[in-house]
Design a protein around this ligand. Sequence first.
Ligand SMILES: Cc1ncc(C[n+]2csc(CCOP(=O)(O)OP(=O)(O)O)c2C)c(N)n1
Ligand SMILES: [Mg+2]
Length: 248
Amino acid sequence: MWVIGGDGDMLSIGGNHLIHALRRNVNLTMLMFNNRIYGLTKGQYSPTSEPGKVTKSTPLGSIDEPFNPISIALGAEATFVARTHDMDRAHMQEVFRRAHAHVGASFVEVFQNCNVFNDATFDELTSKDRRADMLISLAHGEPIRFGAEGDKGVAQLPDGRLRVVSVADVGEDALLVHDESRDDPGVAFALSRLGDSAHEATPIGVFRDVTRPELGAAMSAQIVGAQESKGRGDLAALYRSNGTWTIA
Ligand SMILES: Cc1ncc(C[n+]2csc(CCOP(=O)(O)OP(=O)(O)O)c2C)c(N)n1
Ligand SMILES: [Mg+2]
């Protein structure tokens, strides 16, 4: 089952449902189209609008700290977390295909332009001429490297933070090797904090892909187990069991 929503729907209006669907690993493929605005209702600020954003509901500029959707998903114990963007159909298809193949909850943030109410919000990252230098494409098992000439990369500092580096300065061996399957979400979280604005190099691709029992299967197994050990339930007997009272 696919769940398609916006940044407003999934992080604000239905934010509670998103985090618990992720935590419980419900078998849903969730695509969150992030245009950093409430588009359908004609241009109010959203949980991903940048500080200072002037909209119809923030005429003096937003004073809210925005959410980072990938950080939220990782913090909510999501088992599959990825990001793609609307200017690269091949990348989008591949990420959607992998999200759908994942068993359990998968969350995909899609950077999406809203040409009516928030035009060009991701242009610095996704436009054809900027993409190579501004999007850090994550590939499992490979050193994280990007730039038109492959001259930039991501390295981990001794204190755990990640930093964009020049490969010529640090050498290829110093680059972080991407591993989607790390049990600990710490490195994926640090990756989600890289480029935490639309003006800095920003990772795209799969941040995390791990296996955990999916809610529906786990619940079915529990019911089958209960039936095997206790026999079929008797609803009428349950109604008349101890916890009932007669109100005079
Ligand atoms: C519970 C609830 N509150 C408010 C609305 C009204 N509403 C419909 S769409 C929307 C904003 C959606 O913004 P977003 O999810 O970012 O989607 P976009 O239109 O930008 O793609 C709102 C507030 C609603 N449909 N349901
Ligand atoms: Mg929106």
